[in-house]
Ligand binder design. Structure first.
Ligand code: PGA
Length: 250
């Protein structure tokens, strides 16, 4: 079983001051050795600050997106090499907000995952269906196509060096969580899709994970932790979710 992992996705939130306070709160609460691994994905402009504050801790960090290109005339973009230069461990790719708001295709997401891997970063590859797709019973098909596009680009065996996050779009920021059974059904499907390459790939659940539902979700056989949006902006709530992940490792 993969080591439990909890990743905070701060999205486009925070300031220098609130970032410092949030990390301070987290560092105070999450000390010492734990079985669960913890990371935060910050806005690009705060990565240097996050790196300094987390330098002596076990909490890792990363970004929320990257360019598929190596370098050059791509105004406003940030490359994988820049992120690894900032000592990021992770980068989220294909978050549903980028797929919908920025119209990122499965192919572009696959390019980004490849760029991340090439620079030694661990991509957190997000997949998930919309409400409409769930209601028309297309969930597994949608997730399969999203996973397949990445496998075709990076080679299925490279899934061993990634993290996959299942985030049903209808559960993100809505307060509606997939039931543990609904989530487990998709997670076990993802595990089967990854095959032998995915035996140790953490498969995270994301979508309105809170302290009061985290443990039940994380106790499902193929849920290895969470990708946490709203609750990751509160040090106390985020720590409680990390503690739930720690307990499932026992
Ligand atoms: P949420 O976001 O926890 O606020 O629902 C999860 C995500 O979008 O990664």
């Amino acid at each position: 079983m993969p080591r439990p992992l909890v990743v905070g996705n701060w999205k486009m939130n925070g300031s220098r001051r609130s970032t410092a306070e949030l990390l301070e709160g987290l560092l105070q609460r999450w000390q010492g050795v734990h079985k669960a691994e913890v990371a935060v994905c910050a806005p690009f402009v705060y990565l240097a600050q996050v790196g300094r504050q987390l330098a002596d801790s076990r909490i890792r960090y990363g970004a929320q997106d990257l360019s598929p290109h190596d370098d050059g005339a791509y105004t406003g973009d940030i490359s994988a090499a820049m992120l690894s230069d900032m000592l990021c461990s992770f980068v989220i790719v294909g978050h549903s907000e980028r797929r919908s708001i920025h119209r990122e295709s499965n192919e572009l997401v696959a390019e980004k995952a490849a760029a991340a891997l090439a620079a030694g970063l661990t991509p957190i590859i997000c997949v998930g269906e919309s409400l409409e797709q769930r209601e028309s019973n297309e969930t597994l098909q949608v997730v399969e196509a999203q996973l397949k596009a990445v496998a075709e680009r990076i080679g299925a065996e490279r899934y061993a060096s990634t993290v996959v996050a299942y985030e049903p779009v209808w559960a993100i920021g809505t307060g509606k969580t997939a039931s543990p059974e609904q989530a487990q059904e998709v997670h076990s499907f993802i595990r089967r899709q990854l095959g032998a390459n995915g035996a140790d790939t953490p498969i995270l659940y994301g979508g309105s994970v809170k302290p009061d539902n985290a443990e039940e979700l994380f106790r499902q056989a193929d849920i290895d932790g969470g990708l946490i949006g709203g609750a990751s902006l509160d040090a106390e709530q985020f720590t409680q979710i990390c503690e739930a992940a720690d307990r499932i490792a026992d």
